[in-house]
Design a protein around this ligand. Structure first.
Ligand code: ADP
Ligand code: ASP
Ligand code: MG
Length: 406
């Protein structure tokens, strides 16, 4: 007997039948004697629908009000699931983020959890009540509702599991685990049985949306083993755990891609001290996260500077680029939001030389041009034209021997 945290994503609670399916699974765990805390997402499509409504009112909706609106998605699912469990004669109670006291900073739309007081949850568990928590939401120290960024229910689940020192944290989704590539993109992708936090963190940061990146940060910080599995089958999923010696150390264990970035280039920028700071300070002040940066020096004493930003910030970043270019005397500024980033990850990369060369050669064979490259100790990412993204992922998956055997 222990405390089990189970999180169900949007597709798992997409309609009343699926909510019933979730209720049966939760009831099964409860009946075996465990204390169960369930974290739910909004029903699939609901968050997007609410964002669409807000944009009908205002192209740039007020961030505080948008969070109050978006939180209703998870509130709906939490109460529907608690009702369903009660109608099956199981004691259940829904709690919103503020009731669990998921305390966050003030950053509406992308708030960070600072502290969680799980006293109320603990009391309910002691009374043998199933606690259903609305994921994705918290509240700041002034009582305002905040949300944790897209996919944030994963983070709610891991953070609550850490606060409760839960015995298991299970993330139920629409695939059977973490794969060597998005199984909806690469039919030959294989399920990974065990993956370490570090590798999962890299994968999440470059587009494997199966876990929100902050949930992996939490899991790593508090050493919460996470079991990613399907809500539609009983198949064992993927264990995301601390790295250990028993782990396979293939050079590349997964290939990911995302189309969420845009790139901005300032041409013929003066090659003098302080110029990069002049460009990136206003970008940072606008709250925009820059990802890749390259700078080439020309013989003329001028440099070209290219960087990438999230697509959602493209227009703002381009406007800043144009303003700064005028001030510092850059020749030209242009942008491109039809790009994709493909990446290969693997802890084995630390000890296997030649992974980058193999990746570049593979892309070259497919006639794919590389615009930018960035690396970490266990990841190599290439920026390419968006139209080649799927082809690149499939080719790299085959190149690094990840295809499932027929
Ligand atoms: P949920 O609504 O349950 O949170 P998400 O849609 O956020 O589910 O995440 C699950 C999706 O993540 C899958 O349907 C899959 O398309 C995508 N995905 C991307 N990369 C991977 C990967 N490497 N392994 C598994 N799923 C992946
Ligand atoms: N409902 C939110 C979203 O769609 C949070 C989540 O599903 O995890 O991003
Ligand atoms: Mg998700």
């Amino acid at each position: 007997m222990g405390v089990i945290v189970q999180k169900f994503g949007g597709t798992s609670v997409a309609d009343i039948d699926r909510i019933r399916n979730v209720a049966r699974r939760v009831a099964g765990t409860y009946t075996r004697g465990d204390e169960v805390v369930v974290i739910v997402s909004a029903m699939s499509g609901v968050t997007d629908g609410l964002i669409g409504l807000a944009h009908k009112v205002n192209e740039n909706p007020d961030k505080r009000e948008l969070d109050a609106l978006l939180a209703t998605g998870e509130q709906t699912t939490a109460s529907l699931l608690a009702m369903t469990l009660k109608s099956m004669n199981f004691p259940a109670q829904s709690l919103m983020g503020f009731q669990v006291e998921v305390r966050t900073d003030h950053c509406f739309g992308n708030a960070r959890i600072q502290d969680i007081r799980v006293d109320r949850v603990r009391r309910l568990l002691q009374e043998r009540t199933i606690v259903v928590v609305a994921g994705f939401q918290g509240c700041d120290d002034q009582g305002n509702i905040t949300t944790l960024g897209r996919g944030g229910s994963d983070t709610s689940a891991v953070a609550i599991a850490a606060a409760l020192k839960a015995d298991a944290c299970e993330i139920y989704t629409d695939v059977t685990g973490v794969f060597t590539a998005d199984p909806n993109l690469v039919p030959k992708a294989r399920k990974i049985d065990r993956i370490c936090f570090e590798e999962m963190l890299e994968m999440a940061s470059i587009g494997a949306k199966v876990l929100q990146i902050r949930s992996v940060e939490f899991a790593m910080k508090y050493n919460v083993p996470v079991h990613v599995r399907s809500s539609f089958s009983d198949e064992e999923g993927t264990m995301v755990v601390q790295e250990d010696n028993g782990m396979e150390r293939v050079a590349v264990s997964a290939v990911t891609m995302n189309k969420n970035d845009a790139r901005i280039t300032l041409r013929k920028v003066p090659d003098t001290p302080g110029i990069a700071a002049r460009i990136f300070t206003p970008v940072a002040e606008a709250g925009i996260c820059v990802d890749m940066i390259i700078q080439n020096t020309r013989a003329s004493g001028k440099t070209d500077l290219t960087f990438t930003v999230p697509k959602a910030d493209y227009r703002t970043a381009l406007a800043i680029g144009k303003k700064v270019a005028g001030e510092i005397g850059a020749e030209d500024v242009f942008g491109d939001d039809t790009i994709a980033k493909v990446s290969v990850t693997g802890v084995g990369m630390r000890s296997h030389p030649g992974v980058a060369a193999r990746m570049f050669a593979c892309l070259a064979r497919e006639g794919i041009n590389i615009m930018m490259i960035s690396t970490s100790e266990i990841r190599i990412s290439c920026l390419i034209e968006q139209k080649y993204a799927e082809l690149a992922v499939q080719a790299l998956h085959t190149e690094f021997g990840l295809d499932a055997q027929p």
